[in-house]
Design a protein around this ligand. Structure first.
Ligand code: IVH
Length: 693
């Protein structure tokens, strides 16, 4: 059946719009619309294509979700070989490269194009008459694998280019990779679902690219950056930099850090400058690449074996190195966690000398099977704590080379415990343990907690060792003279510390909750808790057992509602699981902790906590409508409760209503709320929403 004209036009328009937004999001990193609006466009196109199968085509953005699995990848012969690059590690090698180039060309100076060397996988993308028709891996350089279906799922790869002479026959080359942040999120999900984590972004990208089932690839956050062309049959581009500019015009992502360098000194400057930005780039790089910019000169220089003479990769020091484990110590953290730490034969890795690397916990150590005397791979990337990746070769391995978790805390001598189901072994000494005291003070004073500037490791060490401070509450009574009497403390810096302690006397509830150092309560959880309870008093009085069962009940209720197609009720403390609730409960009921908290907020000289509304709700007052009879309060009481939290109660339901509170015998207002998709609360949900016990 013919597709009606206006449907065809609408589909074409939707495709254009969707690809425009893909480009804004994945290439420019500047989205113009909200995810929900994008989803709506996408769903509309999907629906049109389902209703009119004749509309379907390979270059539609709906095809980016993947296709049924292939039995295997077909081989693809590259029209021009995909080469590798000669490597340089030292300045001298870069100078020698420049000299060779100048001599071979018989010129005094050469302009180079410099760009980062992406640590991903090389691919080739073939376009015919502006349409993406084939994508291939590098393979052995001569023949690769046909991964077209997989590459079609990569949102930053254009499926269709402007039709022009340049795009009639064009093969673009570049790198497929995964951003560091996306990789971290992927691994977080793997961890949470108990699956094996990926080793690094490159391996994760390689695995995704070589999936026979492209629907799996479509779920992986692959990105693409173009760094050149294999074939540009009809283009008349004169230089590498012009090539990349044109590719950018055509909609390909190209690296924003590319630069032209007028000689070898500029190349070395570029190497240093990118090196200092390395940690802040969104993707991993292992060096920079220098290419003679003029394409005719590139042609003149040609190739040696499998690498071009016109280009050079200048590599950064490796982030992984081999070294020997000299010993395995145990460190005690803020919550008493005992962490095995390997003492290493000093090794230069990732641009710094490393002498210690974490082994995370006993299970990790056993899984990697690290013994004293083994030769191991250490990794240090950016600011992260160096870690042991794997054992490269075993040492002598006498029985006492095997690590054993101590039975007593190495700092305070209290017994250690490892609870069933927990990875961590902990010291049971609590704040009696000096190691835990120190760490909990440092956490309390941290920038994201109470932000007490100047209260660093050295100072905390002295304060605890001399028994001047046992808990955070003691900080607020510290005289300036006491501080000034400590080592490395001038009058002035002592005064600065006193001043910053003073400044921390006013804090919001989220920060304060986070600062307490409750196991399992990070910044996010602290925000949710403070938003829910609104005041420290409410948090301290919470009935956690009741909350947990209310949550379960609401979940069951919502499951029912979902089946019936009814809108869900708000679940209190969404995002906080039973384990965290138990941990908070236990911490807040521990008499010693309670005493510290009471002292911290003592009206005479303690901290004063700014009260807070629910997140999201805090930004704007919400509008409630009441209907039916409530069990535990009158209408007026409900109204007073809502208004006491800064919200409004309206008499009738409209689009502007945020919640309808429904009791028994609710009338037409309830129907209106359902029709408009407004969230409906019962009395209990209302109380929970407002943080009222
Ligand atoms: S140009 C003729 N530019 O490095 C030169 N390659 O060792 C061909 N790579 O397999 C490559 N970033 O995957 C070039 N900006 C960049 C690159 C880059 C990463 C990879 C590429 C290739 C390998 C060569």
């Amino acid at each position: 059946m013919a597709v009606p004209r206006q449907v065809r036009d609408r589909a074409a328009r939707l495709r254009q719009e969707i690809e425009h937004h893909n480009y804004r999001y994945y290439v420019l990193d500047r989205p113009e619309i909200a995810d929900a609006e994008y989803d709506a466009l996408f769903r509309e196109l999907l629906r049109l294509e389902q209703e009119h199968p004749a509309l379907r085509s390979d270059d539609s953005p709906t095809q980016r979700v993947g296709a049924p699995p292939l039995p295997e990848f077909a081989p693809v012969r590259h029209r021009t070989p995909m080469l590798s690059l000669a490597n340089a590690f030292e300045e001298g090698e870069v100078r020698a490269f420049d000299k060779r180039v100048r001599e071979a060309l018989g010129v005094d100076a050469v302009q180079y194009a410099a760009e980062p060397k992406f640590d991903g996988l090389a691919v080739s993308l073939t376009y015919r008459d502006g349409v993406f028709v084939q994508g291939a891996t590098r393979g052995d350089g001569a023949t690769g694998e046909d991964v077209t279906q997989n590459l079609r799922t990569v949102r930053s790869i254009p499926l269709r280019l402007a039709r022009a002479r340049d795009t009639e026959d064009l093969e673009v080359r570049g790198e497929v990779l995964i951003y560091k942040s996306d990789f971290a999120a992927m691994n977080r999900r793997q961890r949470e679902s108990g699956e094996k984590e990926f080793v690094n972004p490159r391996n994760a990208a390689a695995g995704a690219l070589r999936q026979l089932d492209s629907r799996i690839t479509a779920q992986r956050p692959l990105r693409f950056f173009a760094y050149g062309v294999g074939v540009a049959a009809h283009a008349r581009w004169q230089s590498h930099s012009e090539t990349l500019d044109r590719l950018a015009d055509l909609g390909f992502p190209v690296c924003a850090q590319r630069e032209l360098a007028g000689g070898v000194e500029a190349l070395l400057g570029y190497f240093r400058s990118i090196g200092s930005q390395r940690d802040t780039l969104p993707y991993t790089i292992d060096g920079v690449v220098y290419k003679v910019d003029r394409l005719d000169w590139q042609g003149k220089l040609g190739f040696v074996s499998r690498a071009p003479r016109f280009a050079l990769a200048h590599k950064y020091p490796a982030e992984e190195q081999l070294t020997e484990v000299l010993g395995i110590d145990v460190q005690v953290g803020r919550t008493g966690t005992l962490t095995p730490v390997a003492r290493l034969k000093p090794v230069f890795v990732g641009g710094a000398t490393v002498t210690n690397a974490t082994l995370h916990n006993e299970d990790e150590l056993r899984r990697k099977d690290v013994w004293i005397g083994d030769t191991v791979v250490v990794r240090r990337a950016g600011d992260v704590i160096p870690e042991i990746v794997e054992v490269k070769s075993k040492g002598r391995r006498r029985s006492d080379d095997r690590f054993a978790m101590p039975k007593k805390c190495p700092v305070c001598g209290s017994p250690v415990v490892r609870l069933p189901g927990e990875a961590a072994t902990r010291c049971s000494g609590g704040l009696y343990c000096q190691a835990q005291r120190k760490q909990s003070l440092l956490h309390f004073a941290g920038r994201r907690a109470m932000d007490i500037e100047g209260l660093g490791e050295k100072l905390v060490e002295q304060l605890v060792d001399r028994d001047l401070v046992r808990s955070p509450a003691d900080l607020y009574g510290l005289p300036q003279e006491t501080l000034a009497g400590l080592e490395r403390m001038a009058e002035k810096s002592a005064q600065n510390v006193v001043d910053s302690i003073q400044r921390s006397r006013s804090a919001d509830l989220a920060r304060f909750t986070f600062a307490l150092g409750i196991p399992g309560v990070g910044e996010e959880v602290a925000k949710i808790l403070s938003g829910h309870f609104g005041s420290l008093q409410a948090l301290l009085q919470a009935d956690w057992a009741a909350l947990a069962s209310a949550k379960d009940a609401l979940r069951r209720e919502n499951a029912k509602r979902k089946r019936k197609g009814e809108p869900p009720l708000a679940v209190p403390l969404e995002g906080i699981g039973r384990e965290i609730m138990e941990s908070v409960d236990k911490f807040l009921h521990e008499p010693h902790n309670r005493e510290i908290i009471q002292r911290l907020v003592d009206p005479h000289g303690g901290i004063s906590i700014r009260e807070q509304l629910r997140p999201g709700v805090a930004a704007a007052a919400r509008t409630f409508v009441l209907t039916g009879t409530l069990e535990g309060m009158t209408r007026d009481q409900a109204r007073a409760l809502i208004e006491s939290r800064g919200h409004k109660v309206a008499g009738s339901v409209s689009k502007r209503t945020d919640y309808v509170v429904a009791g028994t015998d609710a009338g037409s207002k309830l129907d209106q709320a359902r029709a408009l998709g407004i969230e409906i609360l019962d009395e209990r949900a209302l109380r929970q929403l407002l943080g009222e016990p």
